[in-house]
Write a protein of this length. Structure first.
Length: 318
């Protein structure tokens, strides 16, 4: 158990390190002095801006050198993130379901990954953690399915781009997040005993919050898409406009705020006291906050009549 605890602590530390990196990027964006023209600091600043910005927020940051433009891929490739997530996390979900309810063993390579990341087969399966992890993995998979459907049939992508590093990071993220859920339960989830699945109060609260946040995220993404469509649903423009309605009345990026709430709902579903997942939530918080600040600045810079009462990310707070 001590080895398992050490590995879980290492996993939490890895997510905390990612969270700290995005917090540092956010602080640098807000507090760093303007670089001197022609100096090395200008080159470093350009690389930094290129790595943290994507889509519309890359505009107005100066012309990129030719070699940097070669490292950009279309923003519509965001769709690939959710294809990977649906396939990978769906695969993990099936195997975890079969292991818990059909008495089958996890594949040896998953057990090896599990040994490396989380807990060994001697770990005690306490309480309802096996069911909580299965439920969170299901929520994560459903979230990915919805986002994939929205990328394919709801969102209207312009000619915006993302850096190849951001693209590769996004692909790896959705593999890592499912693996993080999987390592919250022992490898041998049955351990020769019958499972007693109990639906607890935190499962109900977590799922209800998940549904609420997911509905608002979908509405906000539909509002953004409708800005580029006619009443008949035909795409008539790829330009950017000021969105109104739903949570847009309070913040510039309510879909990012909803993403944070979705991960908080998963933390609640895991039983609230899961330290590793709260580290994931901290990563999502700073990651989405950085993106929201950049979008908020874009709206303020490009629309003189942009509502001044709107916050960037969290209503009334930030």
């Amino acid at each position: 158990r001590s080895g398992a605890g050490a590995m879980l602590a290492a996993l939490a530390a890895a997510w905390s390190l990612l969270a700290a990196a995005f917090l540092a990027a956010l602080l640098l964006l807000r507090c760093a002095p303007a670089p001197r023209p022609g100096g090395v600091s200008l080159v470093i600043s350009g690389l930094f801006q290129d790595l943290i910005r994507y889509g519309k927020t890359k505009r107005g940051c100066g012309q990129l050198p030719g070699w940097l433009r070669l490292l950009q891929v279309p923003k519509r490739w965001f769709t690939h993130f959710y294809v990977v997530s649906v396939l990978w996390n769906g695969f993990l979900l099936i195997w975890l379901f079969r292991a818990e309810f059909l008495g089958e063993s996890l594949p040896s390579w998953i057990q090896d990954m599990h040994h490396a990341l989380g807990r060994d087969s001697q770990s005690e399966d306490t309480g309802n953690e096996h069911f909580s992890a299965l439920l969170v993995l299901l929520l994560l998979w459903l979230h990915s399915c919805r986002r994939l459907a929205e990328c394919l049939w709801t969102s209207v992508f312009s000619s915006g781009v993302i850096h190849i590093v951001q693209y590769c990071f996004g692909l790896g993220y959705y593999i890592a997040i499912g693996s993080t859920v999987l390592c919250q339960v022992p490898t041998n989830v049955r351990n020769g005993k019958e499972l007693s699945v109990q639906i607890c109060w935190y499962h109900i609260i977590g799922v209800m919050m998940y549904i609420w946040a997911s509905l608002h995220q979908h509405r906000c993404l539909a509002i953004l898409a409708d800005l580029r469509k006619s009443r008949s649903g035909k795409v008539v423009s790829l330009s950017h406009s000021v969105p109104f309605g739903d949570w847009f009345e309070s913040v510039s990026c309510p879909h990012y705020f909803a993403e944070l709430l979705i991960y908080v709902s998963m933390a609640i579903t895991l039983g609230i006291d899961n330290v590793t997942w709260w580290c994931v939530v901290m990563y999502v918080l700073f990651n989405q906050a950085l993106a929201a600040v950049l979008c908020h600045e874009f709206y303020q810079k490009n629309f003189n009549s942009y509502p001044k009462h709107r916050k960037a990310f969290i209503p009334l707070v930030f």
